[in-house]
Design a protein around this ligand. Structure first.
Ligand code: ADP
Length: 260
């Protein structure tokens, strides 16, 4: 991959072709490096639970027959790690599917209806949280995205709002209809994200506090899945935060049609 076409001083078609070839090779090399990094990161994430399970199985083998307490505890902890592995593999598959963006499924949805449905279920599960909603804009809008993807993105943001919450258990959900974009803002008043980490949290496997994320079952893939899905449909995610105060997760999606 190191080979590049030497570019001479004269400008002609061959030089142009050479430049194009070199450009292409740069892209191929970058893509290989990213792939390699991804495989390394994923292997590392898979290895941790496997090492823990291995440790518990060794304990069971040694002490399990004599000590039912060891047996009980190690089986319980191993099961937890197996659940983590199942989740991780499911999320890796989701990310891989989202990254295959050639096949973007077209479906129009009314985002307000999806939000209402998601929040209704969410409130049942998280009764200790107060959800405040504000929908701005009188028109009905439609965006182009399968509703299950929008549901998934909302759940990723809402789950994070819960996982990284503090004493103040309030989540605000606002929607804003602009000229060409429809925005959904999900704001929590939790631990926030330090300024230096903010540019990276949308990256695969990036976590501010690995221990906290792990404890709450996090894989560090949620936000990268959300980002990829939103970008596949021409939108973007904007994350802002003030450490120890609040985090605001905004999803912007292009409006397809609107009705007054
Ligand atoms: P995880 O599975 O770790 O939650 P995500 O990709 O969803 O993975 O998030 C990446 C990291 O971004 C989290 O580990 C956490 O450090 C940070 N983060 C995400 N959402 C929030 C939030 N609402 N408040 C504070 N930190 C957050």
């Amino acid at each position: 991959l190191q080979e590049r076409v030497p570019i001479g001083v004269h400008h002609d078609e061959i030089t142009d072709l050479g430049l194009m070839f070199n450009d292409l090779m740069d892209n191929v090399e970058r893509s290989f490096k990213q792939q390699k990094q991804f495989v390394e990161d994923a292997s590392h994430e898979l290895k941790t639970p496997l090492t823990i399970i291995h440790g518990h199985l060794s304990l069971i083998k040694r002490w399990g027959k004599e000590d039912p307490k060891v047996l009980e505890r190690s089986i319980g902890l191993s099961l937890k790690e197996v659940d983590r592995l199942i989740n991780l593999v499911a999320e890796l598959l989701e990310l891989s599917r989202a990254e295959e963006n050639q096949e973007v499924i077209r479906e129009s949805v009314n985002p307000n209806e999806v939000i209402d449905r998601v929040l209704e279920n969410f409130k049942l599960i998280h009764r200790d949280f107060e959800i405040r909603t504000q929908y701005h804009g009188v028109e009905q809008v439609f965006i182009e995205m399968p509703s299950r993807y929008l549901e998934q993105i909302l759940l990723i943001a809402l789950d994070n709002a819960v996982k990284y919450s503090n004493k103040e258990k309030i989540i605000e959900v606002n929607t804003v209809t602009e000229d060409t974009f429809f925005s959904i803002e999900i704001k929590d008043y939790g631990i926030g994200i330090p300024k230096q980490d903010l540019p990276f949290v949308l990256n695969r496997f990036y976590r501010v506090d690995k221990a906290r994320s792990r404890k709450s079952g996090g894989s560090g893939l949620g936000l990268s899945i959300a980002k990829r899905l939103v970008e596949n449909y021409g939108g973007k995610i904007i994350l802002t935060s003030s450490e120890a105060k609040w985090t605001n997760f905004t999803i912007q999606l292009p409006i397809k049609t609107r009705k007054a």
